[in-house]
Structures are given as C-alpha cells and as structure tokens.
Design a binder for this molecule. Structure first.
Ligand code: HEM
Length: 406
C-alpha cells in the first residue's frame, strides 16, 4: 500500500461492519449524533463529525479543511495533475472547475434533455412487456452509463465495457486483498485510458458536439489541456457521475416500495410530486461520507484538531439531523427544506453534475410513472441478498419489482 495515496476502508472507521449495517446505518448515525458528535478515532488518526452544521462546515471551509490530501475514502486510483478537480483547493480549484463547468450550464442541460428523454424512452420500452423486472439492472445501471457515454461522445455500444471498468474502479478495498484489488484497479485504469486516448485524438482533429470535444478546446492559464488531461477528465466525469446516479435511481424505487408504500399512487395523480420524491430520496437514503484534511490546528468543533489529521464528514448522518430537518427519520416528500440535504456536498466542490443527476432521475421516474399503473415488491423479498459492495456505502445490486401496466 502506498503511503502517499492511501485509501481508508469504510468498515474500519465505523461500527458499520456488515452489509446490512451499511445499508441501514441510521441507528448508528443517531447514536453518534447524540453521544459522540465529534469523535476521534485514534487507530485511524481521523476525526468523524455527524451533525449538520459540522458536516457543512467541513465541506465548505477549505481554509480549515483541505481537499489536498494524501488519505481518502475514495477508492479510485488517482492522478494529481491539472485534470483532477476534486483533490485541490481554491484558488487553484476555481480554474480547474471552470473548465468542466461550462459542460454543465443550464443551457447545455436543456440541450441534453431530449437526448436523455430518448434514452429513457428506449429503456422503458424494453421493460414494457415484462411483469417482473430487476429495476437496478434495467434502468438504474443502464441509464447513467448510457447518458454519460453519449454526453462524453463515446460510442454507447461500449457501455457495458465502460460500466465494467467503472465498477472495478469504485470497488471497495478490503484489508486482506488490498494489493490484489489495487492491481485490478490499476489494470482497469490502464485499459480505460487506452480505450479513451485514440477517441480523444480523433475529437481533437474533428470536434463534435460533446464534452470530450469541448475539453480538447478548453484552456487552463492560456494553455490547452493535453491529450492526457482530457482523457483523465473524461474518466473523472464518468467515475463521478455513474455509480452515484445508479444509487439514486435504485434508491428511489426502494423508497417507493419500502419507505413509503403507496406513495407511487400519489405520483400517478400528481406528476409534480416526482421531483419532490427525488429530493427526499437524496436526503433520506444516501449514506455517504466525505473526507478532508485539517489544514491548520483548530478547535472549531470544541476539540483540538491537529493540522494533517483526517476529518470524515458523515453526510448521511447530517441529512437526518433533527435540528435541521423536523421529523428527520420520516420519509416525507413534502418537507419544505429537503433541498438543503448535503448529498451533493456544499461549498466550492458542490457537485457539478447535480443538475444532470436530478434531470436523469426526474425524466426516468416521470416516464415510468406514466407507463405503469403500480409497482409492488416481489413476494418474500429480503434486502440482504440484494446488496453489493460499494465504495460509497452499500447499494443495491438488484431489486426485482412487479409491474402493473397502465
Ligand atoms: C446522485 C448523483 C450524484 C451524487 C450523490 C454526487 C455527489 C457528489 C458530491 C458529494 C460531490 C462533492 C465531493 C467533495 O466535496 O469532495 C461531488 C462532486 C462532483 N461531482 Fe457529483 N454526484 C452525483 C452525480 C454526478 C454526475 C452525474 C456528475 C457528472 C457527470 C458529477 C460530477 C461531479 C464532479 C465533476 C465533482 C467534483 C466537483 C469539484 O470538486 O469541484 N456528479 N458529487
């Protein structure tokens, strides 16, 4: 394991040892909020914060909590060059982010809307004749990877291969098999790089209407990005936007079936409830944690935090903090402030792809609700057998549902 670029294992920093506990970490979050909201783990030399205000502060206050860090929870092998928008701080960060930002302006999103709608319509028509469907594989996995392939401008026929690389890159480390997993990740990164490189060369010669072409024209401090930087940015976008959006779409269906059974009928009668549901799922069921490095000694949270120590901000716990969200443990699509969840982060690194992720989820759910009269769980469904290992927490690898056509 390289000491310069160390990945922290999620199950070692918390009591969340089992898959089940990682899928439903909410009782542990509550216990920590109530009893040890600022918790120092001496084995990891890491602080853990659980309250809304603290988590938000860690994410937006880059002067105290830096993203220029050696250790991280993110298991993707990283390259710390100019194409890495995440592992840096302002002012450097602002320039790097500006390059990607124009791919995500409201105007670009409007242009993408019909393309996303077409992908959704195709996926929905594929499940139209089924009575039971695995919604994770058929929609939640397929949609984000197809969308990002289309927007980057790589052939969507390659999406299974891309998904395969993306899965390996996000696969969580385990202590016993660390080196083995590290090697698999290096290999996937190399293959992925070699796949994208000639595509980027071609885009530079013959730019098209896609993000990779835009990146070949973008400038940073008066210089064009190199081919390598464009490739790395492309890999970064795919990594950031794929697994996360899959989780959102899977979780939407899980919440409709198990967190508030019957809510589906409310969506059927009022489609304006769709975005409210998407937002509440982001708040309620997204057990993510993010990390930073303490940039200078501080006592902002009432404890002595030392420069160089790691801080883990438990976003999923902040999203259920009663002081921010009344009846935080209830799933309620009508709560007024559910957009204040921290699932997309806060401050300078706020998720660039948030509008895209929201748009994908909303278009998919709207099309689905229009097409199907009802959804039900399959008989005897037990979540444990349907969980995957995921770096960002625990997620569903499958979710069979029964469909009733409109
Ligand atoms: C539900 C889906 C998503 C979730 C929950 C999510 C979550 C996040 C979070 C929490 C951050 C901040 C990380 C930090 O503070 O260190 C972030 C950053 C980022 N996200 Fe997302 N994301 C999602 C979808 C997407 C999509 C679809 C894209 C683009 C294709 C994307 C691109 C990015 C980028 C480029 C950054 C880095 C921004 C920066 O460091 O300035 N994300 N995302």
């Amino acid at each position: 394991m390289s000491s310069m670029n160390q990945t922290i294992l999620l199950h070692e920093i918390s009591k969340l040892k089992s898959k089940q506990a990682q899928w439903e970490p909410f009782a542990w979050y509550k216990e920590m909020r109530e009893n040890s909201p600022v918790f120092y783990d001496d084995e990891q030399d890491a602080w853990n914060v659980f309250l809304y205000d603290h988590v938000k502060r860690v994410l937006f206050d880059h002067q105290l909590f830096s993203n220029k860090k050696e250790r991280s929870l993110i298991p993707v092998p990283r390259v710390d060059n100019r194409s890495n928008v995440n592992f840096c701080d302002p002012p450097e960060h602002r320039k790097r982010r500006a390059i990607l930002a124009h791919a995500f302006t409201p105007r670009s999103l409007e242009e993408w809307k019909p393309r996303i709608q077409a992908i959704v319509d195709e996926l929905i028509s594929d499940i139209d004749s089924e009575t039971t469907v695995d919604i994770v594989q058929k929609l939640a996995v397929s949609l984000p990877v197809t969308v990002i392939a289309e927007l980057l401008g790589v052939p969507s026929k390659d999406r299974e291969q891309i998904k395969y690389w993306s899965d390996i890159l996000f696969y969580p480390y385990a202590k016993e098999t660390y080196d083995d997993i590290a090697e698999q990740k290096e290999r996937a990164m190399k293959e992925f790089y070699e796949y994208l490189y000639p595509i980027v060369l071609e885009k530079r010669k013959h730019p098209q209407d896609d993000i990779l072409s835009d990146l070949t024209k973008a400038e940073l401090e008066g210089e064009r990005l190199t081919d390598e930087e464009v490739v790395r940015s492309g890999i970064g976008l795919l990594g950031a936007g794929n697994e996360t959006t899959t989780m959102l779409i899977s979780n939407m269906f899980y919440s409709m079936l198990f967190d508030q059974p019957g809510i589906y009928q409310e969506l059927r009668t009022d489609l304006t409830s769709v975005p409210k549901l998407v937002e509440e799922v982001l708040r309620f069921r997204f057990p993510v944690a993010m990390d930073r490095k303490v940039a200078q000694d501080t006592t902002v949270f009432g404890h002595k935090m030392k420069k160089g120590q790691m801080v883990i901000a438990w976003v999923g716990a902040a999203n259920r903090d009663e002081s921010q969200f009344a009846h935080a443990e209830d799933f309620d699509i009508h709560r007024r402030n559910n957009q204040q969840h921290l699932t997309f982060g806060s401050g300078p690194h706020f998720c660039l792809g948030a509008p895209l992720a929201r748009m994908e989820a909303n278009i998919a759910l709207t099309a689905f609700v229009k097409r199907f009269a009802d959804i039900q769980p399959v008989e005897g469904f037990e979540v444990t057998g349907h969980l995957t290992d995921s770096a960002t927490g625990q997620s569903l690898k499958s979710l069979p549902i029964r469909l009733e056509k409109a």
